[in-house]
Write a protein that binds this ligand. Structure first.
Ligand SMILES: *[C@@H]1O[C@H](CO)[C@@H](O)[C@H](O)[C@H]1NC(C)=O
Ligand SMILES: *[C@@H]1O[C@H](CO)[C@@H](O)[C@H](O)[C@H]1NC(C)=O
Ligand SMILES: *[C@@H]1O[C@H](CO)[C@@H](O)[C@H](O)[C@H]1NC(C)=O
Ligand SMILES: *[C@@H]1O[C@H](CO)[C@@H](O)[C@H](O)[C@H]1NC(C)=O
Ligand SMILES: *[C@@H]1O[C@H](CO)[C@@H](O)[C@H](O)[C@H]1NC(C)=O
Ligand SMILES: *[C@@H]1O[C@H](CO)[C@@H](O)[C@H](O)[C@H]1NC(C)=O
Ligand SMILES: *[C@@H]1O[C@H](CO)[C@@H](O)[C@H](O)[C@H]1NC(C)=O
Ligand SMILES: *[C@@H]1O[C@H](CO)[C@@H](O)[C@H](O)[C@H]1NC(C)=O
Ligand SMILES: *[C@@H]1O[C@H](CO)[C@@H](O)[C@H](O)[C@H]1NC(C)=O
Ligand SMILES: *[C@@H]1O[C@H](CO)[C@@H](O)[C@H](O)[C@H]1NC(C)=O
Ligand SMILES: *[C@@H]1O[C@H](CO)[C@@H](O)[C@H](O)[C@H]1NC(C)=O
Length: 779
């Protein structure tokens, strides 16, 4: 074993900054969690609080143990916050109970965020620190010494609020144990981006000081009797603020410890989690176990950073860290059905399928396998694969049925432990049967899909119901979903594969060859765009720049300006044919015009939205036109200028680590086209990287010659795999499982490496002229 001193003293946790993306809409969860943990503890603020906390300088409203990371839309979870305070003159009614009134600013410089740990100090001097296990959190609240007007030391008060970040609480119950102060209860809440409701239970125990008195509070009043409360959401959904409180004697050393357990099953189970996971209230022990869990999860990856700045290293490791927040392991916590495993917070698969889940295929395949089994249990018990899922509920579908891609991506990468015939059945269900509520499962417009072979503009669809929009982006995504289904069907020897392969070409039906695009009344000169088409074959029209800041409307989502493309432009979706980019290139002209169009797209301010996932693949599509050097330029164009280690260092919602995975794959120099056994090669951002397969224990290595930390030499001149010349601009997953060594010779200008037709990545139509590449798809 060769260990340098640098390696010996390297602790990956020193390179993780959970506060990256904590401002500017990254919405990351920056508190204490285990990898994929259910308990996620942090301070909740009243500013950018989608993930709980933000460094935006807003006020803290409480400390809570359930969160999602990086999501958009409504703030997620944040249930049952605890808030510490000292009541003036020690009179309970002098404490302020309602959320808006109690909100208190924090000392900016006091924030400490580390894997498994979070700490902050309020401007009133109260300090909080927290660490976590799988379902439980241990908090320390440290109260400064403060005296009342008659010189009596004030006693700490902790309140628990029966609410969540979104104030979605319906009914809730709480009880307080008069002797110990133990708080137990439950509440019904709404999922932040889904249908239905969920019930969550809690249990909180205290230590460090004697219990002085306790009781319940409603609005801004509290009483020591009764010890139980049931609160509803009755008249016009009016929200009553309520909860319980415990008032303590002055703690010996100023600190009160709070141990909370969470459960979707029962309050007793929540208490049991807390008692078994944190039996001795050993804060340092819990914290170091969390740190070890993170070190272990990050251990497959190693880098030789050479002269690359610490900032870039922090950006890299933190990005990988964020890909292991969600999905969350809720095994044993699903009240709706019994299955050996259950995962939640697939939030949303539309974000995660592109690179976040593919990254786990490499660095944590056994966990990915467990997640996929859970998707299939969800199919078996709810009838459908989810497209998005949070808090035990089906989330809203944004585009296609992209769990199909997730499953097939794992199949082509030999992930084990999956019943592939069941996976096939579940994907066929998406492709063939239209659910009544395709707003949150399956696909809409399937009659038209099967008869006219595209999703029509203003489709006549009486089978199922969803927002009848996004006909272009749904056609493109359904085409790719069916391609993935065809891949699995062929591999399993099913005769249906030709049918699905033919549907995989449905995208061609919305290609309008003579469509032009104007920006500011100036013709961009590019011709040929996807356009909406009525069922009768007549073209509709959507300005190719609509749904960007250059168009009108400027933003299009499911209910905000529903349009024929989802959250992006026709310009951007014009590149979304992941399985047949070679045919797309021919339709758009030739390699040269395709490269020009990609350049124009990325370089025209406002056209490419680097802050949202549909853009990811476009950064690397130059490979398909024989210009891998331009993909490398493009990766450096966006990193670090749009993805860096500052608190505002993410260009959009991290979306459960999707942005993190884009950063990680880009910096490793291997970018996936998920659903296919393909990684597109660019030089890594470090002189050398290694990835040890947790399955085969073999180490895949990328080594470079002529690497320079100023990133002048970002052009591959030649490559070798295991000592033999490698002319292809891509590798398959065997690179990881068989532990290949890839050596890249770099230079300061573009070379002919990877430009030949036969060296391009596989594409259904063959590589403009060549057919060799299609064979690699094995379809
Ligand atoms: C704390 O940080 C916020 C956000 O950056 C800033 O607006 C505020 O002025 C800072 N407060 C202090 C006291 O520095
Ligand atoms: C934040 O809390 C401080 C007291 O800590 C208060 O003065 C201020 O008004 C609050 N700001 C908001 C926006 O509520
Ligand atoms: C809330 O409680 C009321 C009264 O007990 C009951 O009728 C209602 O079904 C409950 N709603 C929820 C969402 O639990
Ligand atoms: C919530 O707690 C109350 C009081 O213990 C109990 O009566 C009720 O059944 C619980 N609700 C659920 C959904 O478990
Ligand atoms: C007070 O004591 C508790 C329990 O021993 C300990 O965890 C905590 O760190 C102490 N707090 C201070 C401020 O010393
Ligand atoms: C998921 O959680 C369960 C229960 O806590 C645990 O037994 C299992 O090992 C976890 N799975 C993974 C892949 O971490
Ligand atoms: C369009 O016009 C705006 C405002 O005049 C300008 O800022 C922008 O650069 C123009 N964009 C292009 C692509 O010409
Ligand atoms: C097709 O339908 C559209 C929308 O109803 C209509 O405007 C158009 O005239 C129709 N085309 C033909 C050829 O009937
Ligand atoms: C590509 O298409 C453009 C525009 O039609 C044309 O000018 C150019 O000659 C073509 N290039 C090649 C290599 O065919
Ligand atoms: C870091 O990324 C953010 C978000 O994309 C960007 O606004 C900022 O300019 C970047 N900072 C640097 C120094 O490149
Ligand atoms: C998957 O397994 C097959 C059969 O062992 C093997 O030929 C293939 O190379 C493997 N593929 C990957 C991506 O590891």
């Amino acid at each position: 074993m060769r260990l340098s001193l640098a390696v010996l003293f390297f602790d990956v946790l020193d390179y993780i900054d959970p506060l990256i993306g904590s401002d500017n809409g990254g919405n990351v969860f920056c508190g204490a969690t285990l990898p994929y943990g259910m308990a996620k503890a942090v301070a909740d603020v009243d500013g950018q609080n989608t993930g709980g906390f933000s460094t935006d300088g807003s006020n803290i409203t409480g400390f809570s143990s359930m969160h999602d990371s990086g999501t958009g839309g409504n703030p997620s979870l944040g249930n049952f916050p605890i808030f510490p305070q000292l009541c003036a003159d020690d009179v309970i009614d002098n404490c302020v109970f309602p959320k808006a009134e109690r909100a208190t600013h924090y000392v900016n410089e006091s924030v400490v965020a580390r894997p498994g740990y979070f700490a902050v100090q309020l401007v009133n001097g109260i300090k909080a620190e927290m660490t976590t296990t799988q379902h439980a959190t241990l908090y320390h609240f440290d109260f400064p010494e403060q005296k009342s007007s008659n010189a009596i030391a004030l006693s700490p008060l902790l309140q628990l609020d029966l609410t969540d970040l979104w104030i979605s609480r319906q009914n809730a119950s709480i009880s307080v144990d008069a002797m110990t102060g133990q708080l137990k209860g439950n509440g019904t809440f709404l999922p932040s981006f889904g249908a239905g409701s969920y019930v969550l239970h809690f249990c909180a125990d205290f230590s460090g000081a004697g219990v002085k008195d306790n009781g319940i509070w409603v609005n801004n009043r509290a009483g020591t009797e009764p010890k139980e409360l049931f609160v509803t959401r009755g008249f016009n959904l009016w929200f009553t603020e309520a909860g319980a409180f415990v008032h303590f004697d002055r703690p010996a050393n100023g600190t009160i410890s709070v141990r909370t357990g969470m459960s979707f099953i029962s309050a007793d189970q929540a208490c049991q989690h807390a008692a078994t996971e944190i039996p001795t209230w050993d804060f340092d022990g819990v914290r170091s176990a969390a740190e070890d869990a993170w070190r272990e999860k990050l251990s497959p990856i190693s880098i030789n950073a050479g002269d690359v700045s610490k900032d870039m290293q922090i950006s890299f490791w933190s990005a990988i860290y964020r890909t292991m927040m969600s999905p969350q392991n809720y095994t044993g916590e699903n009240p709706n059905w019994k299955s050996p495993e259950y995962w939640d917070s697939f939030y949303c698969i539309w974000d995660q399928f592109r690179s976040q889940l593919p990254l786990l295929t490499i660095i944590d395949p056994s966990t990915l396998s467990s997640m996929l089994r859970s998707l299939l249990y969800t199919y078996q018990n709810e009838g459908w694969l989810p497209d998005c899922r949070m808090s035990l509920c089906q989330g809203w579908t944004q585009g296609g049925s992209n769990a199909d891609v997730v499953l097939v991506d794992a199949y082509v990468k030999n992930v084990t432990g999956i019943d592939w015939n069941l996976a096939y059945e579940a994907i066929v269900n998406d492709a063939e049967h239209e659910p009544l509520e395709w707003a949150h499962e399956g696909r809409g417009g399937l009659n038209s899909w099967k008869s006219v072979h595209y999703i029509p503009y203003l489709d006549f669809d009486y089978l199922g119901f969803g927002t009848n929009s996004r006909s272009i982006s749904r056609t493109l995504e359904y085409s790719y979903n069916d391609f993935c289904l065809a891949t699995l069907a062929k591999a399993l020897g099913k005769g249906t594969y030709t049918k699905y392969l033919s549907r995989a070409s449905n995208w061609k039906n919305l290609f309008k060859a003579d469509q032009t695009s104007f920006i500011n009344s100036t013709n961009t000169g590019f011709v040929g765009f996807f356009q909406p088409k009525y069922m009768n074959g007549t073209w509709g029209f959507q300005d190719p720049v609509a749904c960007s800041i250059l168009g009108n409307p400027q933003f299009c989502s499911i209910t905000t300006n529903p349009s024929e493309t989802f959250e992006s432009t026709v310009w951007e979706y014009n590149f979304y044919v992941p399985h047949d980019i070679s045919t797309l290139i021919s339709k758009l002209g030739n390699d040269t015009t395709f490269v020009k169009r990609l350049d124009f797209f990325h370089e025209t301010p406002g056209l490419a939205d680097i802050g949202n996932e549909p853009v990811f693949l476009t950064v690397y599509e130059y490979h398909y036109a024989g210009r891998p050097a331009k993909s490398a330029e493009r990766a450096h164009y966006y990193i670090p200028s749009s993805f860096n280690d500052s608190k505002t260092g993410l260009p959009g919602n991290d979306d459960s680590g999707a942005m993190g995975s884009f950063t990680a794959f880009s910096m490793m120099g291997l970018f996936p086209n998920p659903g296919q056994n393909v990684y597109l090669l660019v030089p890594p951002f470090f002189p050398e990287i290694g990835v040890t397969s947790p399955v085969t224990k073999k180490t895949a290595t990328v080594k470079t010659k002529n690497f320079d930390a100023g990133y002048k030499n970002i052009y591959i001149q030649s490559a070798a795999v295991n000592g033999k010349p490698w002319t292809k601009s891509w590798v398959g997953h065997e690179f990881f499982t068989e532990g290949w060594t890839l050596e890249l010779v770099l230079g300061s200008s573009e070379s002919s490496w990877g430009t030949k037709v036969e060296d391009r990545p596989p594409s259904l139509g063959g590589s403009s002229g060549g057919v060799a590449a299609r064979d690699a798809l094995d379809i």
